[in-house]
Design a protein around this ligand. Sequence first.
Ligand SMILES: *Cc1c(COP(=O)(O)O)cnc(C)c1O
Length: 221
Amino acid sequence: MSANASHLLAEVQGEIAKACTIARREPSEVTLIAISKTHDADAIAPLLDAGHRVFGENRVQEAQGKWPQLKQRYEGVELHLVGQLQSNKADDAVALFDCIHSLDRPSLVKALAKAMEKAGRRIPCFIQVNIGDEEQKGGCAIADVPALVEQAREADIPLAGLMCVPPLGIEPAPFFALLDKLARDDGLTGLSMGMSGDYPTAIMLGATHVRVGTALFGERG
Ligand SMILES: *Cc1c(COP(=O)(O)O)cnc(C)c1O
C-alpha cells in the first residue's frame, strides 16, 4: 500500500516535471493538490508518509471527519477546499481549510469575509469560474468575474486566482487558456486547473495548482 502510494506520487510528480520542461517552467511553480475525497485516513496516510503535505477535499463535513486527527499526526498539512461551499458552512471552512477554491458568488464573499473576520484568520481563495457556461455547474459566470473580484478585494479576502473545471468529454485546452486570460485581465496570477485526466495540458497552459485525485489514489469507490 505504502509502496504503491509513493510510486503513484513519484509518477505524477514526474509528469508534472515533464510538462514543466516542455513549457519551460519550474516544477516549484506548480502545487500538486492530492484530492483525497471519499478516501479514508488509512488511504491518505501513505501519501503523508511519503512526504506529501498538500491535500484537497470537496465536502466540509467529510473533511471534518478525518483531517483534524491527521493534522495532529502530521506536521505542516495544507488543506484545500475544492467543492461547493454553502454560506452557513463558512465558519467551519475557514477554521479547517488553508485555501478555498470555490468562491463563486457575492453572498459567499460576504459570508467568508465575516467568517475570516470572526476567526482572525484570512485564507486565500480562488474564484471558481463556470468556464464552459454549463447549466448545472458551480462557478461564477464569465461575465460576472470582474465584479466578483472587485467585491472580494473590497471585503479583504486574499485572492489566490481563478479556478475552473472544464466541461467533460471535450478538449479542455481552450478552457484553460480562457481562464488564464480572464485571470490576467483582473491582475490575478494563480490558476487552479487540471485534474487526473488533463493536468499536463493545464500545466502547459499556466496552471499553478493542479487538483489530482484518481491518479494518486486510484478510482473512487
Ligand atoms: C474530484 C475533484 C478533482 C480530482 O479529480 P480526479 O479526476 O480524480 O483527479 C479535482 N477537482 C475537483 C473540483 C474535484 O471535485
